[in-house]
Write a protein that binds this ligand. Structure first.
Ligand code: NAD
Length: 356
């Protein structure tokens, strides 16, 4: 996927994509095309993985949740995302996950894009999961169980339909109203949808199991006896120290794929395993250096926690759409004095100054 010419670094404004404009962008492009093209951007960046600066995200944990900064850069672009995870938020009418992010020009250090990333995180998480499943899921997978039917769930369903070919969904959530909301939102998208009364019922007959629950503890969303041979597991919700979804025995039976193991060993399902337990890096699968599914009976597990390069790809995709759509505002965020060394003079000359 082409990395179009970097946005000019001399702009006196920063293009800003609000939530309203992000929604308009998704509608203008169409969510299916958006997810497919975003997955292409992700794949192209995973293929050049060694070119990026990488670090586990910087996390500030509290009793109720986590606030994280996720930076990365290549030789021309720097990106970061601010994101939180507060499972108790929905009880107060707030979202579990909210985010915003930025791209900047490495050569000048000037910001070149500021964007909402709550919607974009849901889109990029789903596109990444579906990209991984394209390589790992059983051939002709048609049925997916989704356990946890909150904010991320419909995005997962849409990406798996578009990129993997999923046609039937088996939904389960502790709160039936969440499953009903998910089924309602996805009606008319061509899915055969079943709302289930338990996670055991949901995984029955599924080729792929997506776990995307939110709970600040080591939960057992899937126990070992629920996972049959040949399944692909897309484990999205366990993404913090002390926050997992799968019983440890499942991990021992699975071929495990991770985004960036130094981060996943802290935050993912594999925090339950010894530090040197073998896992395969997703980028090596995508660039052909590592094998994915090698037998019909193999259990594959994508231990998703979300890595900075995925946000970088997503921001890059959004940036490349702005010229054609005009769906951004100009943010007066960069001081731009006529003489770059006369910042004080610019302030003195500004209207209403009482610095005479
Ligand atoms: P959300 O709060 O909107 O939805 C979570 C749902 O899980 C709720 O409907 C809740 O009732 C349900 N749930 C909780 N415990 C359950 C259980 N034991 N069984 C069945 N359902 C249960 O949260 P969200 O925004 O959809 O996020 C879901 C999870 O995904 C969070 O943990 C979040 O941190 C994680 N996440 C991961 C990534 C990634 O890249 N891996 C990205 C975004 C979000």
């Amino acid at each position: 996927m082409p990395s179009s010419a970097p946005a000019p670094s001399h702009l006196a404004f920063v293009p800003f994509v609000s939530v309203e404009n992000m929604m308009a962008l998704v509608h203008t492009i169409g969510i299916k095309t958006f997810l497919r093209e975003l997955a292409e951007y992700l794949e192209s960046d995973f293929k050049r993985w060694p070119e990026f600066d990488k670090t586990p995200r910087v996390a500030a944990h509290s009793a109720e949740g986590v606030i994280e900064l996720m930076p990365t850069s290549d030789s021309s672009l720097y990106g970061f995302k601010y994101v939180n995870g507060h499972p108790k938020n929905t009880k107060e009418g707030l979202q579990t996950v909210t985010a915003f992010g930025m791209l900047a020009d490495v050569a000048s250090g000037y910001p070149t894009l500021l964007s909402e990333m709550t919607l974009l995180t849901a889109l990029r998480t789903a596109a990444t999961s579906a990209m991984a499943a394209k390589y790992l899921a059983p051939a002709n997978a048609k049925t997916m169980a989704i356990i946890g039917n909150g904010a991320q769930s419909e995005f997962q369903a849409m990406a798996f339909r578009e990129i993997v070919g999923i046609r039937a969904l088996r939904l389960y959530d502790l709160e039936r109203a969440a499953s009903e909301k998910c089924a309602r939102n996805l009606s008319g998208q061509g899915f055969d949808i079943t709302i289930c009364g338990s996670s055991e019922e949901a995984v029955d007959g599924a080729d792929i199991i997506t776990t995307v629950t939110a709970d600040k503890q080591c939960a057992t969303i899937l126990s070992d006896n629920m996972v049959g041979a040949g399944i692909h597991i897309n484990a999205v919700g366990g993404d913090c120290p002390g926050k997992t979804e799968l019983q440890r025995d499942i991990l021992l039976r699975s071929s495990i794929f991770a985004e960036y193991p130094p981060q996943t060993r802290i935050e993912g399902e594999i925090q339950q395993l010894p530090e040197d337990y073998p896992v395969t890096e997703l980028w090596q699968l995508i660039n052909g250096e590592a094998k994915g599914r090698t037998s019909e009976s193999q259990i594959t597990l994508f231990d998703s926690v979300g890595f900075a390069i995925e946000d970088f790809s997503a921001l890059r995709y959004v940036r490349d759409k702005l010229d054609a759509t005009g769906l951004y505002e100009k943010l007066d965020m960069l001081a731009d004095p006529d003489d770059p060394r006369d910042l004080f003079g610019m302030l003195q000359r500004s209207k209403g100054s009482d610095m005479a």
